[in-house]
Write a protein that binds this ligand. Structure first.
Ligand SMILES: C[S@@+](CC[C@H](N)C(=O)[O-])C[C@H]1O[C@@H](n2cnc3c(N)ncnc32)[C@H](O)[C@@H]1O
Length: 285
C-alpha cells in the first residue's frame, strides 16, 4: 500500500550505479545477440547478404547528407502539408522485388502521388509495374499514367549509347517481366509506351505532365537526358521524382548533385528518392 512515504535510495550513488549496470547489461546482451546472428549467418549466408545490404543502405542514407547541396525534404512546404494531412494510402509491399522500389519507397510514392493528385503522370522504367500500380491506385480515376520501357523483345534493343553501365542495367532486369497491372483493364488510364528513353520522342508531352517518375537506365548520360526531357515535360505544377539517388548508382548521384547547384532538390529520408518541385513553395493538390 502506498502511504505517501517517498522511497529514498541508500546512497546518492545508487542511481549512477543502476544506470551503469543497465548500460553494461545492454552492451553484454548486444554482444550475445551479435554472436548469435553471426552463428546463424554462417549457416544461412543470405542473412549476411541482408545484413550487409542494410549496412550499405545506412551508409548511403547518411552519405547523401554530407554533400550539403541537396536539401532534406522536411524543409519543403509539401512535406509540411503531407504530415499535416495524416492520411493513409494504398500500398502492397509484398510485390516488391529485386529491381523495384522498396516497400518504404512504395509508401512514399503512394503518399506523394495521392497528395499531389496529378492529372498526368509519366514514368520512365515500368519493369514489373510495381511502381506503376502504386501510381494507378493513388491518383484520381481520371489521371492518365504513361509508362515507358524498352521493347520486351531484347533483339529489338539498340541502345544509342552502349555504355558499360547501361548494359549492366539491362542485364540485371527481366525485360519480359509480367506486369502487375493490366493496361487494357485500366480503361485507358495506363498507356504503355515502348522505346529507349534516349531516342524516344517526348515532344508531344512537353508542358503537360504533372508528375514524372524517373527510374529507367541509371548511367549518367541516360539520367541526364531523362532529366532534361522530364524538365521539358513538366506542367506549371510539375514535380519530378528520381529513384536510386545514392552512391550505389553513381550516374544518378552525380547528376542530382550537379543539378542541385541551381535547382532546389530534396532527398527523402529512408528512401533513395530525390525530388524537384517546379513551383517550390506553391505545390498544393
Ligand atoms: C529499376 S527498373 C524499374 C522499376 C520500377 N520503377 C518499379 O519500381 O517497379 C528499370 C526499368 O527501366 C528499363 N530501362 C532501362 N533502360 C531503359 C531505357 N534506355 N529506356 C527505357 N527503359 C529502360 C528497364 O527495362 C527496367 O524495366
Amino acid at each position: 500500500m502506498n502511504d505517501g512515504t517517498k522511497i529514498r535510495s541508500n546512497s546518492a550513488l545508487t542511481p549512477y550505479f543502476l544506470k551503469g549496470y543497465y548500460y553494461v547489461f545492454r552492451a553484454f546482451k548486444f554482444i550475445i545477440i551479435s554472436l548469435k546472428v553471426l552463428a546463424y549467418g554462417i549457416f544461412h549466408p543470405s542473412v549476411i547478404f541482408n545484413f550487409l545490404f542494410g549496412v550499405v543502405t545506412e551508409i548511403a542514407e547518411f552519405h547523401k547528407r554530407c554533400g550539403g547541396r541537396v536539401r532534406n525534404f522536411r524543409e519543403a512546404a509539401l512535406y509540411r502539408d503531407l504530415t499535416a494531412a495524416v492520411r493513409f494510402f494504398k500500398s502492397n509491399c509484398f510485390n516488391a522485388d529485386f529491381g523495384t522500389i522498396r516497400p518504404m519507397e512504395a509508401q512514399v510514392l503512394a503518399a506523394v502521388a495521392a497528395h499531389l493528385r496529378p492529372k498526368t503522370v509519366f514514368e520512365m522504367g515500368t519493369y514489373t509495374g510495381f511502381s506503376t500500380l502504386h501510381l494507378i491506385e493513388n491518383t484520381p480515376p481520371d489521371t492518365v499514367i504513361y509508362t515507358l520501357d524498352l521493347p520486351q523483345d531484347k533483339a529489338e534493343i539498340v541502345l544509342r549509347n552502349d555504355l558499360h553501365e547501361a548494359h549492366r542495367d539491362i542485364k540485371n532486369i527481366n525485360l519480359n517481366a509480367r506486369r502487375h497491372f493490366d493496361a487494357a483493364r485500366e480503361g485507358g488510364r495506363v498507356v504503355e509506351l515502348f522505346g529507349d528513353t534516349m531516342t524516344f520522342d517526348f515532344s508531344p508531352y512537353y508542358g503537360k505532365i504533372d508528375f514524372v517518375f524517373i527510374d529507367a537506365n541509371h548511367s549518367y548520360l541516360y539520367v541526364k537526358s531523362d532529366t532534361e526531357n522530364a524538365l521539358r515535360m513538366l506542367s506549371a505544377r510539375g514535380v519530378i521524382l528520381w529513384h536510386d539517388y545514392d552512391f550505389i548508382h553513381p550516374g544518378v548521384f552525380k547528376l542530382i548533385n550537379e543539378i542541385a547547384r541551381d535547382k532546389r532538390i530534396y532527398y527523402i529520408e529512408r528512401t533513395r528518392y530525390a525530388l524537384y518541385i517546379k513551383n517550390a513553395e506553391g505545390v498544393r493538390p
